[in-house]
Write a protein that binds this ligand. Structure first.
Ligand SMILES: *[C@@H]1O[C@H](CO)[C@@H](O)[C@H](O)[C@H]1NC(C)=O
Ligand SMILES: *[C@@H]1O[C@H](CO)[C@@H](O)[C@H](O)[C@H]1NC(C)=O
Ligand SMILES: *[C@@H]1O[C@H](CO)[C@@H](O)[C@H](O)[C@H]1NC(C)=O
Length: 477
């Protein structure tokens, strides 16, 4: 008993030291769940890679500059996001400032363990050549680096390794092997479970088989996915509907999923600016089997999917997509979205079996490759010289760079709002882009419509007149 009391005192001390930290997330059946409140965690967020792939390398990555993260966390918090996905991180860098800033504003991080550099991801054409001890040491390094942050929500073991039937022959079992190794490493070296999964391209001829192959249970060998991410771009423009976008097919496909499924990327850009009315469908009743999603992507890069434009000097301008997405998030009923469904949290995965796979060309081999030489030692004893992150105090809250709304007006006094209740961030109903100032409106159209004040005073004048008439009538009576 005494030791129990001492242990709880220790826990209280620990949480006090961490100050406010989002609650770790775990997987139950097809839902992500907050381990403290037991509420469902719906992913509301964006993919975060300022600078694109070029933002990684030469001693930097998307989470290595605290001032940049502070600026972006302030904007993502206002957007209503509770999660970011970061594609390329360097496990030898210090990410404490960025991770702590995102933690302070209630934003989780989903981290890809790979990078586009040679030897830092599976080679889809011959995966067996890239599955070796040095590769595993790299991805275990990412686990070491991020396991200490409470807002590390999950790891992606692989992204879009398969993109057609041909690449679905040899790769599935190697991806499961990587998941197994990551999960065994986490089990041995992390003091809490951190889910591991795959992010799939939306290639419909392999989609259902991919999900079925990864979620099934194979002799409890740890190789199954804990969740399934889908990069989905089928809803294009505000004229699209649940049916024309094929969301009906997805809703049916994943209804009985035994693991959480979410959009790891979404937001077709064929029609610009994007109106994002798929948000109401994604978080609506018909898609409740899915756990939300991440919009592609925070910053404007060559591929033209940005919510904001970032200049070289650090200045940011919001794009209309930011305003539109924020308005869609503001319409969500968060309490409803985060209510857990007991029947969904108890779904069990089927046993792996060739019958689960329908395409002739898709792998039906569930014999997962053994660990490469040297891997068992890494898993049992840990990697050499791990660089482990930890949450630090966030004292700076004011954004140093200039930030402008869609009209070109400056957003004044931008800062992060530290959450004090250990909660995650939610949409708060605000519109971050300031309205166009009268002066700017005048500049843009010198001789056009009356300024807002004159319209307002006309209205006030109308009321004054009406009141005077009313008073006069009363006097007469
Ligand atoms: C940053 O760069 C942009 C675009 O080149 C420019 O318009 C802006 O004035 C610069 N801001 C500062 C503070 O230097
Ligand atoms: C299945 O995969 C295992 C492990 O990679 C391999 O040894 C075996 O030959 C494969 N079986 C078939 C039928 O291809
Ligand atoms: C962090 O802040 C807390 C509370 O303000 C303080 O007690 C603690 O000493 C600070 N820790 C560091 C490392 O600055």
């Amino acid at each position: 008993m005494a030791s129990v009391i001492r242990f709880s005192a220790l826990l209280v001390g620990l949480f006090a030291a961490i100050a406010s930290a989002v609650h770790p997330v775990d997987v139950r059946g097809q839902e992500f769940v907050d381990t403290v409140t037991n509420k469902r965690v719906m992913i509301i967020g964006a993919d975060y890679q300022p600078g694109g792939q070029a933002g990684y390398g030469d001693g930097k990555d998307a989470l290595s500059d605290g001032a940049v993260c502070l600026r972006d966390a302030a904007l993502l918090q206002r957007l209503g996001a509770n999660t970011i996905r970061v594609y390329n991180v360097d496990p030898t860098l210090n990410h404490d400032e960025c991770a702590s800033i995102f933690n302070a504003v209630g934003i989780y991080m989903i981290i890809d363990v790979n990078s586009p550099f040679g030897g830092e991801s599976l080679n889809r054409d011959e995966p067996w050549t890239s599955y070796h001890k040095e590769y595993l040491a790299r991805i275990f390094g990412v686990v070491e680096n991020f396991k200490g942050y409470p807002n590390t929500m999950a790891f992606f073991a692989a992204n879009e390794v398969m993109n057609d039937l041909k690449t679905a022959q040899e790769n599935p079992k190697y991806i499961r092997a990587v998941q197994r190794d990551l999960k065994n490493y986490i089990k041995k070296h992390s003091d809490r479970p951190i889910p591991v999964g795959y992010s799939a391209a939306d290639v419909r001829e392999i989609l259902e088989d991919t999900w079925a192959y990864f979620q099934c249970d194979h002799d409890d060998d740890q190789s199954r996915s804990d969740f399934f991410g889908l990069n989905s771009y089928s809803w294009c423009g505000n004229q699209a509907t649940f049916n024309t976008a094929g969301y009906d097919v997805l809703a049916k496909m994943f209804k009985e999923s035994a693991i959480p499924v979410f959009f790891s990327e979404y937001g077709c850009n064929e029609i610009m600016p994007r109106g994002f009315n798929e948000v109401q469908a994604l978080y609506g009743k018909e898609m409740s089997a899915l756990s939300g999603g991440l919009v592609y992507e925070y910053s404007q890069e060559e591929s033209n999917y940005g919510l904001v434009e970032i200049e070289k000097n650090g200045t940011v301008t919001l794009r209309p997509d930011f305003d539109n997405l924020q308005a869609q998030f503001n319409k969500l009923d968060i309490a409803l979205v985060q209510s857990a469904d007991p029947s969904s949290t108890s779904i069990k995965a089927p046993k792996c079996d060739a019958k689960l796979i329908s395409a002739k060309e898709f792998s039906k081999n569930f014999t997962i490759p053994a660990e490469p030489p040297g891997a068992k030692d890494l898993i049992n004893n840990g990697i050499k010289n791990p660089k482990r992150g930890k949450i630090i105090n966030v004292s700076e809250t004011k954004v140093a760079m200039a930030v402008y709304g869609t009209s070109g007006e400056a957003i004044k006094d931008l800062s992060i709002r530290k959450l004090t209740n250990d909660d995650s961030n939610t949409p708060n109903g605000e519109t971050t882009s300031p309205p166009e100032s009268p002066a700017a409106a005048g500049q843009a159209a010198p001789s056009s419509s009356p300024k807002p004040e004159s319209a307002a005073s006309k209205l006030t004048g109308g009321w004054t007149l009406l009141f005077a008439v009313f008073a006069a009538v009363l006097t007469v009576l």
